[in-house]
Design a protein around this ligand. Structure first.
Ligand SMILES: NC(=O)C1=CN([C@@H]2O[C@H](COP(=O)(O)OP(=O)(O)OC[C@H]3O[C@@H](n4cnc5c(N)ncnc54)[C@H](OP(=O)(O)O)[C@@H]3O)[C@@H](O)[C@H]2O)C=CC1
Ligand SMILES: CC(C)=CCC[C@@H](C)[C@H]1CC=C2C3=C(CC[C@@]21C)[C@@]1(C)CC[C@H](O)C(C)(C)[C@@H]1CC3
Length: 611
C-alpha cells in the first residue's frame, strides 16, 4: 500500500546512510512511522535500523565501494587477536553483543560501545580509513575510552540515539550460522575456566588407530630415508641393509642432543629482545613471549665458530647422522611422555581443544596442554623455532663441510651452496618475522604432544636437511642458466610467501592499514574481515603456494636422478593440503556464510586454476 506524502515507499530498495558515517548501503524500506518521522529499513545482512529521510537516497549515481561489499558494517566489531597487540582487552569487550538480554543497567555500557563502534566502523575512503584505523587497531583503547570518559560517550550516545533511534534486529538469514558460532564462542569465553574444557569428539588422523600407525611409521620413515640417502643408489625401490640397532643408540650422541637442547633453552631465557603478548587464553590471561630467536641464532653461530676454532670437527654430524636422529627421537619420546603426564594436572582452561579425547594414545599424540611452560620457557614455541630449525641449518653446514672433504673441494658445490642459502634464508625470514609465528595455527590452537615434539625435534632437522645430505653423496653439476632459473623460482616463491603472510598479518593487526586500502574485503559476523583481492583473491592460501614453490626450488639443485630430494616437496604438499582442509573447516565454523561468499569469490584453494 502506498504511504501518502512521503518520499520512499515500503518495499523500495534505496541507499541508507550508515549512522555516524558518510557511507551508504543498500537497504529495503519496511515501513514509515509518521509520528517520529523515521523509516524502518533493513540492510542486506538483516540488520534493522530506523533512518531519517535525509539519510536515505535513491540508488542512482552510487558506485560500489572498493573495500567492503554488501554487508552491513554493524557486523564489524573489533575482535582482532593479533599477536602484535600488547594492550589488554577491557572487560567491556566480553559483554558486547549481549545487551538484548541484559538488565537496563547492565545494558548501558555495551550499548555505548556498540554506538561508538558503529560510528567508527565502515570506511571506504582512505582518509576515513586512517581515522578508523586509529581506533580499530586498538579496540581495547576504544573500549577503554568508553570506560574512561563515560560522560562524553554517553553524550555521543544520546546524540546518535536521538538522530537514528538505533535498534538491532535479531539476525537471521544468511548470517545466522556465523552469528551463532560467535555467540557460542563468546559464551565459552564468559564461562568460568573449569567449565571450558570440552571433550574432543572429532578425532583427526584416523583416530586412535591412525595416530598409532603414524607414531610407528613416521620415525621409521625418517630413518629409512636417511639410510637410503647415504647409498650410492638412493632409490626407494632398492632398500639398503639396515644398520645394527645397537649401533644406533650412542649415549655420547644422546648427551650431545640433550646439551644442544639445554644450550638453546639457555639462549631463550637470555634477557635480550622485546617481550610481547601472544593471543589471549580462554581464561582471559595473555602469555608473554620473548622475541630473541635472531639473537639465539647469532650466538649459536658464534659458539660453533669458536668450537670449530678450538678444533671441533662439525663433520661429526655427518658421520653420526643416524645416531643423532635416533637420539633426537628418544629425546622427543621422553619429552612427549613428560608433556602428557604434566597435562593430567594442567588446569582445564589450559587444555587444547583437539587433544582432550580421553584416549591416552590419541591425546599423547595430539598433545593435551596448549602452552606448557617451565619457568617462563614456553616449550611449544621454543621447540617450534629453535632446536630443530637451528639444528637443521647446522646440519646443512656440516654437510657442506663433508662434501668438501669427500670430493676434495675448496668450496662447496654450487648446488650445495644454493640449498644452504635457501634454507638459511627461509629460517632467517621466520626469525625476522618472529612475532607473526605467535599467530600461526600450531601456536594458537594445537596442543603440544608427540606430533609437534617429534615434528620439531626430529622431522624438521633430519628430513628438511635431506637435500644437503643427498648432495654429499650425489654431486650434481648445475649450469649457470639452471642456477639463475632456480634462484628466480625461489625468489618468486619467497615473494608470494612473504607478501601473503605479511599482508594477512598486517591486516589482522590493523584492518584499516592504509597500505592495504586498495584491497577488497568481505566483512564477517565476528567483526573480522577477509581479504578477497590481491594475493588472497588469487587463491585461498597464497602463503602455502609460495611455500610450495620454494620447496620445489630447494629440490631442483639435486637434479632428477632420484625422487628422494623431492621428499620435502611431497611432504609439504601433503601437509599443506591437509592443513588447508582443516583450516577451511575451522573458518567455515567461525565465519559461516561470509566464508562461503569468500569461497565463491576465490574458487581455488592453493594453486590457481588447478586446486
Ligand atoms: N615448512 C613447513 O613445514 C610448514 C610451513 N608452514 C607455513 O606456515 C605459515 C602459516 O601457516 P598456517 O598457520 O597453517 O596458516 P595461515 O597463516 O594461512 O593461517 C590461516 C588463517 O588465516 C586467516 N585467513 C584465512 N583466509 C584469510 C583471508 N582471506 N583474509 C584474512 N585472513 C584469512 C584465518 O584465521 P583468522 O581469520 O582467525 O585470522 C585462517 O584460519 C604458512 O606460510 C605456511 O606455508 C606451515 C606448515 C608447515
Ligand atoms: C609429519 C609431522 C610429524 C608433521 C609435524 C609438522 C611440523 C613439522 C610442522 C607443522 C608446522 C610447522 C611450521 C614450521 C616448521 C614445520 C612445522 C613445525 C615453520 C616453523 C618453518 C619456518 C616457517 O617460516 C614458519 C615459521 C612459517 C613455519 C611455521 C609452521
Amino acid at each position: 500500500m502506498r504511504m501518502p506524502g512521503i518520499r520512499f515507499q515500503s518495499g523500495d530498495m534505496v541507499m541508507g546512510r550508515w549512522p555516524g558515517s558518510s557511507l551508504f548501503y543498500e537497504v529495503k524500506v519496511l515501513s514509515y512511522d509518521a509520528k517520529i518521522q523515521l523509516y524502518t529499513v533493513i540492510y542486506k545482512d538483516g540488520t534493522e535500523l530506523e533512518l531519517r529521510e535525509a539519510d536515505m537516497k535513491k540508488p542512482t549515481g552510487f558506485k560500489p565501494s572498493r573495500r567492503s561489499r554488501s554487508r552491513s558494517p554493524s557486523r564489524r566489531r573489533s575482535r582482532s587477536r593479533s599477536p602484535a597487540r600488547t594492550t589488554r582487552r577491557s572487560s567491556s569487550r566480553t559483554t558486547s553483543g549481549t545487551f538484548a538480554t541484559e538488565t537496563p543497567a547492565a545494558r548501558k555500557e555495551p550499548k555505548m560501545k556498540e554506538v561508538l563502534e558503529i560510528r567508527l566502523s565502515p570506511v571506504a575512503r582512505p582518509v576515513e580509513n586512517n581515522g578508523h584505523n586509529k581506533h580499530e587497531n586498538k579496540d581495547n583503547d576504544t573500549a577503554d575510552k568508553v570506560n574512561e570518559k563515560p560522560a562524553e560517550a554517553e553524550q555521543e550516545n544520546k546524540v546518535l540515539e536521538s538522530r537514528y533511534n538505533l535498534r538491532r534486529r535479531k539476525d537471521d538469514g544468511d548470517a545466522k550460522p556465523a552469528e551463532q558460532t560467535e555467540d557460542k564462542e563468546k559464551e565459552a569465553e564468559q564461562k568460568p575456566a573449569a567449565a571450558t574444557a570440552s571433550i574432543t569428539t572429532d578425532l583427526e588422523f584416523g583416530g586412535r588407530l591412525g595416530v598409532s600407525c603414524m607414531m610407528l611409521f613416521l620415525p621409521v620413515a625418517v630413518l629409512g630415508l636417511m639410510v637410503v640417502c647415504s647409498q650410492e643408489d638412493a632409490s626407494l625401490m632398492s632398500p639398503p641393509p639396515l644398520p645394527a640397532l645397537d649401533s644406533l643408540l650412542d649415549p655420547h650422541v644422546f648427551g650431545m642432543v640433550v646439551l644442544w637442547f639445554l644450550f638453546q633453552a639457555l639462549l631463550y631465557v637470555l634477557p635480550v629482545g622485546k617481550v610481547v603478548e601472544g593471543i589471549p587464553l580462554k581464561n582471559g590471561e595473555w602469555l608473554k613471549y620473548r622475541m630473541n630467536t635472531l639473537h639465539a641464532f647469532v650466538l649459536t653461530v658464534a659458539a660453533l665458530g669458536a668450537a670449530v676454532h678450538q678444533g671441533v670437527d662439525l663433520r661429526y654430524i655427518h658421520s653420526h647422522f643416524l645416531q643423532l636422529a635416533v637420539s633426537s627421537l628418544l629425546f622427543s619420546v621422553l619429552l612427549s611422555v613428560y608433556l602428557y603426564v604434566r597435562s593430567r594436572w594442567a588446569p582445564q582452561d589450559q587444555l587444547a581443544p583437539g587433544g582432550n579425547s580421553g584416549s591416552v594414545i590419541y591425546d599423547f599424540f595430539m598433545g593435551n596442554e596448549l602452552n606448557p611452560r617451565i619457568k617462563g620457557i614456553d616449550l611449544k614455541y621454543f621447540c617450534e623455532l629453535r632446536p630443530g630449525l637451528i639444528g637443521w641449518l647446522v646440519i646443512n653446514a656440516a654437510m657442506a663441510l663433508a662434501e668438501m672433504k669427500l670430493h676434495s673441494l675448496d668450496y662447496p658445490s654450487p648446488a650445495m651452496i644454493l640449498v644452504n642459502c635457501f634454507h638459511l634464508f627461509y629460517v632467517l625470514d621466520a626469525y625476522w618475522h618472529e612475532e607473526a609465528v605467535l599467530g600461526y595455527m600450531d601456536v594458537t590452537h594445537a596442543g603440544f604432544g608427540f606430533m609437534l615434539v617429534f615434528g620439531d625435534l626430529m622431522w624438521v632437522p633430519f628430513t628438511f636437511s635431506l637435500q644437503s645430505y643427498y648432495l654429499v653423496h650425489h654431486p650434481n653439476h648445475l649450469s649457470l642458466p639452471w642456477i639463475v632459473g632456480i634462484v628466480t623460482l625461489n625468489v618468486i616463491g619467497f615473494c608470494i610467501f612473504r607478501k601473503a603472510n605479511s599482508q594477512k598479518n598486517a591486516f589482522r593487526r590493523n584492518p584499516s592499514d592504509p597500505t592495504l586500502s586498495h584491497l577488497k574485503t568481505i566483512p564477517t559476523a565476528t567483526g573480522k574481515s577477509l581479504l578477497v583481492s590481491g594475493l588472497w583473491g588469487l587463491v585461498r592460501h597464497p602463503n602455502y603456494l609460495g611455500d610450495l614453490i620454494m620447496a620445489l626450488a630447494w629440490s631442483l639443485p639435486c637434479g632428477f636422478t632420484h625422487i628422494l630430494p623431492y621428499f620435502y616437496v611431497i611432504y609439504l604438499t601433503t601437509l599443506l593440503v591437509h592443513r588447508e582442509a582443516r583450516d577451511e573447516a575451522q573458518c567455515r565454523r567461525k565465519y559461516g556464510s561470509a566464508w562461503d561468499d569468500y569461497c565463491r569469490e576465490v574458487r581455488y584453494r592453493i594453486i590457481p586454476r588447478v586446486y
